[in-house]
Design a protein around this ligand. Structure first.
Ligand code: NAD
Length: 436
């Protein structure tokens, strides 16, 4: 099948590459000329494990193409995916200008029937708006389908190729058949394609992300209680997570969720609720708690240094919002860096993949290290913001030798309390005893 993907970011590039891998002829379109130039030259523009291999293969086999020209990109496409940004607008609701702008552009250039698929995360009612915008100038028949994406950065290829489920919102049997054919290779193990009305499909994505954000936040609240009551959140997590009704995943306490999805999607759902006069109070709490949680270790650090961080050098391990990605959107590390800089501290950071992206945002306000040990050299404390596996079992002798003070502020609970005690570190983590 010939398909087009409009927007070639984290979702668009994975979508396009994976559908090329299942034998389709794919053209990815983006307005970012330098991005398209790199992709055309065979240079991948994001770090996503495993994506480079199938990207190379499908370019070589001439199934994966890139262009900045929308009309050229959609020529002959039976399915046109919209994988465009939906950032928060000023009032917190999802800004639809990219999605609706492209919809408007599509109308006059559609040459034949096509299914326009909304893959971006969009509020309920957007499919109708997209349909209306296209219809203004369309000369041919078309369908608009809502097909939210559930991939997780870091494991996006696996998630895309073997999704737990595919959600498709449409009432058109013609579009349904095409979508079924396209997705069939990805659900051979028997995972479902769930067909539903488009409004329910749109809401499903917000419900899923908000539920997950709530689960993380609930556990962070329990962690905060653990600290006050002398309990250990790791023990509580295991005790709770082994209940199959609750499940073991998404229960790790830490310095809050970040990323390009959870913060904006929770905010957008809260805004949608407000627009229909519904008091979605749990979501307001989730946002408030997460906001506090992100920089929770800074006051502790200040206290440790006698109330003043000015002139202190803090090493930060991890900048990405989570491991196995170079995405730094809403990364808790950045919030902590801001507070440290405001308090007059000097920051030396290391991340295996995200440093280039951080340089683009905050430049030389902080120092970047070649490896984790370089970052701790002559630092007064180590702060851990992202749970990259490489930080899990470091050479603690080296860390002790390089740090001016043997103190770790661990926002991701990477180390056991026993180990920290044995090694003689002062160790602050989340929802557990402080080790002095
Ligand atoms: P992104 O910012 O990485 O990519 C969006 C791309 O669209 C950019 O390359 C941008 O240049 C391009 N673009 C903007 N305007 C354009 C236009 N008029 N024509 C062509 N290209 C244009 O965003 P993303 O992370 O891929 O997210 C896209 C959507 O998918 C969002 O709605 C997001 O909420 C949703 N989503 C993201 C993830 C994720 O993990 N990143 C997961 C599921 C759903």
């Amino acid at each position: 099948m010939k398909i087009a993907v409009i927007g070639t970011g984290y979702v668009g590039l994975v979508t396009g590459t994976c559908f090329a891998e299942t034998g389709n002829n794919v053209t990815c379109v983006d307005i970012d000329e330098s991005k398209v130039k790199s992709l055309q030259a065979g240079k991948i523009t994001i770090y996503e494990p495993g994506l480079d291999v199938i990207f190379d293969r499908n370019i070589k086999q001439d199934r994966l193409h890139f262009t900045t020209d929308l009309a050229e990109g959609i020529k002959g496409a039976k399915v046109i995916f919209l994988a465009l940004p939906t950032p928060p607008g000023e009032d917190g609701s999802a800004d639809l200008k990219y999605v609706l702008g492209v919809a408007e552009d599509l109308g006059p250039i559609l040459e034949d029937y096509a299914v326009i698929v909304d893959k971006s995360t969009v509020p309920v009612g957007t499919a109708e708006k997209v349909r209306d915008r296209i219809a203004v100038n369309a000369k041919v028949e078309f369908d608009v389908v809502s097909n939210p994406e559930f991939l997780r950065e870091g494991v996006a290829v696996d998630d895309f190729m073997k999704p737990d489920r595919v959600v498709i919102g449409t009432t058109s049997s013609r579009a349904r058949k095409i979508m079924e054919t396209l997705y069939a290779p990805l659900v051979r193990q028997g995972n479902p394609i769930l067909f539903m009305d488009e409004r329910s499909a749109e809401l499903t994505k917000y419900a899923a992300n908000s539920f997950l954000a709530t689960k993380i936040t609930f556990m962070n609240e329990i962690a905060n209680m653990c600290e006050l009551l002398g309990a250990d959140v790791d023990a509580v997590r295991k005790g709770v997570g082994t209940d199959t009704r609750i499940g073991k995943r998404f229960l790790f306490a830490g310095i809050g969720y970040g990323g390009s999805c959870f913060p904006k999607d929770v905010q957008a759902l809260a805004k949608s609720a407000q627009q229909v006069d519904y008091d979605f109070s749990i979501l307001k709490s989730v946002m408030e708690v997460n906001e506090r949680q992100k920089t929770k270790l800074i006051p502790r650090m200040k206290e440790y240094f006698g109330g003043d961080l000015s002139g202190k050098t803090i090493a930060i391990w991890g900048l990405a919002f989570k491991p196995y990605t170079d995405d730094i959107r809403e990364a808790p590390a950045l919030y902590n860096i801001n507070q440290l800089l405001e308090a007059g501290a000097r920051v030396k950071a290391y991340d295996p993949e995200a440093m280039e992206n951080v340089k683009k945002v905050i430049g030389d306000k902080i120092e970047y290290s070649d490896d984790a040990y370089e970052a701790v050299k002559d630092a007064d404390a180590l702060f851990i913001a992202t749970e990259w596996p490489v930080f899990r079992t470091p050479d603690f002798d080296k860390v002790s030798e390089y740090l001016n003070n043997k103190v770790i502020f661990d926002g991701r609970n990477l180390y056991s309390l026993e180990e920290m005690k044995d090694l003689g570190f002062t160790y602050f983590s989340i929802g557990r005893e402080n080790i002095y």
